[in-house]
Design a protein around this ligand. Structure first.
Ligand code: NAD
Length: 472
């Protein structure tokens, strides 16, 4: 389905709707809205069969109001300049919404990763990094990429290795990219961070009885019927946490087709089936849906699009049978669909809020790289010993006895990096959700959560600019 407008124009349509509800000057709003820099690159690579191919790639830096800029790199045959500009803009707003001190950026390489060998992907990634460095589009204080659609910690490891090789001796070089493997300066909890953040966001929304009542739903994630589109990094982890919390996965969609089962699907079994057969189709006990996008129209409580943009558009929005759309992907709902769904009373948890878990934990990773210290290393044992002393004193006074060694170990356990990352992520998502909801309430609930989240983003970015004294 072709988009009603370009992706960047759609993001700007949402921005304009929110901007109209603020009292910032048109000049300032214009500065926030524009994309500051776009770097378009073409370079040749040698395929394994000796043929030379020209690769097209981009990096867009949407806003430099805070540095470095930050945003993923996607490998997709569909990527283009408009898309990276739109995604970079979403990154600017996302960082502001969750108070992560970065400007927004995004990169893309126009390839279908399935058509390239590992060695070819490595050559492409390393050359792309070299090109970014040549034009000062990468660096711990400049622009910091991360994984996105079609990339993972493996590509990030090639990026950091190339950067280290070319910049030799730069103290904070590990902070040039996030989403790295742990041994190369990555952080525990980054891989599942976006999906976990999606889960926290949905859980927060489902916890409010008045909002759920309006949708005709019970409170809590437990028992919710969920459909997930895209079982990659974000979709898989979101589905896993939702299922662990008692939600029922009634539909799962991948690019080869979708499957449905009103009684619920076991995610791990589906993943094993896909690994063994190469497809989710044919999963025992489930109904096959050969046209994957039809799964979006399954009856459910929460629809989680976690693949690509513009999946829900003017043509299919009227047929959706969900109460909540949880935008795990970036831009899955077109601006026209947004209006149709608002009229139908569907709650949309907007992308710039809901999938911000990735950039939040990337921020923690970047801070870890700059501090050269693992979170929890200094205080973990100290905290454990302090808690142990309190517990022993308590046991003596109240029971005249003591806790078992097992109980003491469990009750006094200090927080390690993984615990701290998840706690920081949970706190961030909860605060951002309530800020967004409060803003909606300030506008007498006449606006939607996307507009409310963008009002918050604009207000926070405006503070950075107003201190410069340039804008009226
Ligand atoms: P991924 O490459 O790990 O997974 C995407 C999955 O979607 C793949 O399994 C792919 O086969 C599937 N897919 C592709 N087209 C599909 C279709 N038409 N129908 C059903 N499934 C389809 O990518 P990801 O990192 O999980 O990213 C997914 C989305 O989340 C993107 O919009 C991305 O920008 C956004 N996002 C990712 C992160 C992150 O940390 N990775 C952070 C924020 C937002």
């Amino acid at each position: 389905m072709a988009s009603e407008q370009g992706f960047f124009a759609q993001v700007n349509r949402s921005f304009d709707k929110a901007a109209a509800l603020t009292d910032h000057s048109p000049e300032l709003l214009g500065q926030i809205r524009e994309c500051n820099s776009v770097y378009h690159i073409t370079f040749p690579i040698k395929r394994d069969d000796g043929k030379i191919e020209t690769i097209e790639a981009w990096r867009a830096e949407h806003s430099h109001h805070k540095l470095p800029t930050k945003g993923g790199i996607r490998y997709s045959p569909l990527v283009n300049e408009d898309e990276v500009m739109a995604l970079a803009a979403l990154m600017t707003y996302k960082c502001a919404i969750v108070e992560v001190p970065f400007g927004g950026a995004k990169g893309g390489i126009k390839i279908d990763r399935r058509e390239y060998s590992d060695a070819e992907l490595e050559r492409i990634t390393r050359r792309y990094t070299f090109e970014l460095l040549r034009k000062n589009f990468i660096g711990p204080g400049v622009d910091v990429p991360a994984p996105d659609y079609g990339t993972s910690s493996r590509e990030m490891s090639w990026i950091v290795d190339t950067y280290l090789t070319l910049t030799g001796g730069e103290l904070n070089a590990l902070g040039c990219v996030t989403g790295k493997p742990i041994a190369q300066g990555g952080i525990r909890g980054r891989t599942e961070a976006t999906g976990k953040g999606v889960f926290y966001g949905i859980r927060e929304a489902c916890a409010l009885p008045e909002d759920m009542k309006e949708l005709g739903l019970a409170t809590g994630v437990d028992g919710k019927r969920v459909v997930v589109q895209g079982l990659g990094n974000v979709g898989y982890h979101a589905a896993r946490y939702l299922q662990d919390a008692g939600a029922m996965l009634v539909g799962l969609a991948e690019y080869e087709g979708a499957i449905a089962a009103p009684g619920g699907l076991d995610l791990e079994k589906v993943m094993v089936h896909r690994r063994d057969t190469g497809s989710i189709l044919g999963f025992p006990g489930a109904t096959d849906i050969p046209a994957s996008s039809d799964a979006l129209e399954l009856e459910c409580d929460v629809l989680v699009p976690a693949a690509l943009e513009n999946q829900i558009h003017a043509e299919n929005a009227g047929r959706l049978q969900t109460k909540i759309i949880a935008e795990a992907a970036n831009g899955p709902t077109s601006a026209d669909a947004d209006e149709i769904l608002a009229e139908r009373g569907v709650m949309i948890l907007p992308d710039a809020f809901l999938n911000a878990g990735g950039v939040t934990v990337s921020y923690f990773e970047w801070v870890k790289n700059l501090s050269h210290l693992r979170f929890g290393r200094m205080e973990k044992r100290h905290d454990e010993q302090a808690r142990r002393r309190v517990l022993e004193a308590l046991a003596e006074r109240t029971q005249g006895g003591s806790f078992s060694d097992e109980e003491l170990r469990e009750l006094s356990r200090g927080a390690g990096e993984h615990d701290l990352v998840h706690s920081g992520l949970e706190e961030t998502m909860a605060i951002a959700y309530h800020q967004m909801r409060d803003t909606r309430a300030r506008h007498e609930d006449k606006t939607d959560l996307r507009t409310a989240s963008l009002i918050n983003a604009i207000d926070k970015i405006a503070i950075c600019y107003s201190d410069l004294g340039i804008f009226p």
